[in-house]
Design a binder for this molecule. Structure first.
Ligand code: FCB
Length: 445
């Protein structure tokens, strides 16, 4: 039996957004269809860097099964959905001539979402950087700024008559740290501090340029971006661990936040970034956005480690519950994060753009998935959001990660985050208890 929700949507504002997030590369498949170009994750997978040896060539086959997926959301009572647009479908070489066929897919998807009463929230960059742009330096190069703004303009020109919400980036800190610092993600560079700081700053610059390009293209849109924010706590009371946590907070949270919302480079990193930041950059990265997407998974516990970039290593979280990713389950961290953000940045509108958990789900003899741990995860985190709303934080919505089990980057198909199970042989979708939990909560059942 599924656990009954102890929460109710009536505890949240009437216009609260409820739904799910996905990203193009993780669900679409059809990587060689309709003129799509290649991206850094295609290259990374072809180089054998995906742990289970899988690729995203089929993923969830959402490219062909999107109607079924929209129906699943409609039946759950969702009123919002964040998806991402694949840059290499729109501009196969990263810039230049727009591939209209690449945009046709999103055209159909958006119309169907609107018909289902679901608000489409588009994200422009969820990590599928066109390979030709990476070959020219990718996020290490300032040359990326122009192409990203062109792409933003092409996508909004086609879709913004129906898509009200536009998010520029997804988790620039993850792209910079894992993609350019440590090499765990595409494009796989292990450049340490300098790679991280360059990729962060150039994403900030590209984001600022894209926001301005879109605003010039069309007025009245809700513009924003999506950041992965995480309270950084020290492993111990030792001053060097406390300093390590503060430094990681600057790298992970503050470069994106202070850049966008304050037009500022965090003081802790100013010296390290002095050769990267040029005159005028601080004004160019700041923008008065309308809505910030926050992705939250857990706190981060950091300690001093002289052998690692920034002298920061991973500490041991004080938490005995962990997900299948090994991430601690810390719902109170979400409450703390929202309240601290409210206090530090003047309470601008935010929404939870991702929150969820991977578990090693079992299908029982009746073909059902009783994902009790995931249900509990959602219950506790949504309750934390509810508390923050009651305490005055301007949270406008909650989108879970994710609608479907999907291609979890370097882990391939081995980690399941969906509220709907995907059988990767048959592509059959099976709603889990967590799907029913979300539906019951939203419908007030
Ligand atoms: C986030 C990513 C998302 C997914 C979840 C589990 O960092 O934005 O694509 O991989 O983690």
């Amino acid at each position: 039996m599924m656990t009954l929700p102890t929460l109710s949507a009536s505890d949240f504002p009437a216009d609260f957004l409820w739904g799910a997030s996905t990203s193009a590369y993780q669900i679409e498949g059809a990587l060689d269809v309709d003129g799509r170009g290649s991206c850094v994750w295609d290259t990374f997978a072809a180089a054998g860097k995906i742990q289970d040896g899988s690729t995203a060539a089929r993923a969830c086959d959402h490219f062909h099964r999107w109607r079924e997926d929209v129906l699943l959301m409609r039946q759950a009572g969702f009123n919002a959905y964040r998806f991402s647009i694949a840059w290499p479908r729109v501009l196969p070489t990263g810039r230049g001539a727009v591939n209209g066929r690449g945009l046709d897919f999103y055209d159909r998807l958006v119309d169907d979402l609107l018909e289902a009463g679901i608000r489409p929230m588009a994200c422009l960059y969820h990590w599928d950087l066109p390979q030709p742009l990476e070959d020219q330096g990718g996020w290490l190069s300032r040359g990326i700024v122009g192409p990203f703004a062109e792409y933003a303009q092409a996508a909004t020109r086609r879709l913004a008559d129906r898509v009200p919400d536009w998010m520029m980036l997804n988790e620039p800190s993850v792209v910079a740290i894992l993609g350019y610092g440590f090499g765990d993600h595409a494009p796989g560079h292990r450049l340490g501090e300098v790679g991280i700081l360059k990729a962060l700053h150039h994403q900030n610059l590209a984001q600022g340029a894209a926001l301005r390009a879109i605003a010039a293209e069309r007025a009245g849109l809700t513009l924003g971006t999506v950041l992965n924010l995480s309270p950084c706590v020290a492993h111990s009371e030792r001053p060097e661990d406390i300093a390590a946590a503060a430094c990681w907070d600057a790298v992970w949270n503050r470069v994106p936040l202070d850049g966008l919302l304050r037009g500022r480079i965090p003081a802790l990193l100013a010296d390290r970034m002095k050769d990267i930041v040029e005159p005028g950059d601080e004004a160019a990265i700041q923008y008065p956005i309308d809505l910030l997407g926050i992705n939250y998974y857990s706190r981060m516990t950091m300690k001093h480690d002289a052998t690692r970039p920034f002298g920061v290593g991973w500490g041991e979280p004080r938490c005995d519950r962990k997900t299948d990713m090994g991430w601690p389950v810390q719902p109170d961290g979400l409450y703390d994060l929202l309240m601290e953000f409210k206090q530090d940045y003047g309470n601008p509108a935010v929404y939870i753009a991702e929150n969820g958990a991977a578990y090693d789900d079992r299908v029982d003899v009746n073909g059902e998935i009783h994902d009790v741990e995931r249900v509990r995860f959602f219950q506790e985190h949504i309750a934390a959001v509810g508390r923050a709303v009651r305490d005055g934080c301007a949270v406008k919505g909650y989108l879970c990660w994710s609608l479907l089990d999907n291609f979890e980057w370097a882990f391939g198909l081995s980690k399941r985050f969906g509220i709907v199970r995907v059988d990767y042989d048959t592509m059959v979708r099976t709603p889990k208890d967590s799907y029913r939990f979300m539906a019951a909560l939203i419908k007030g059942e």
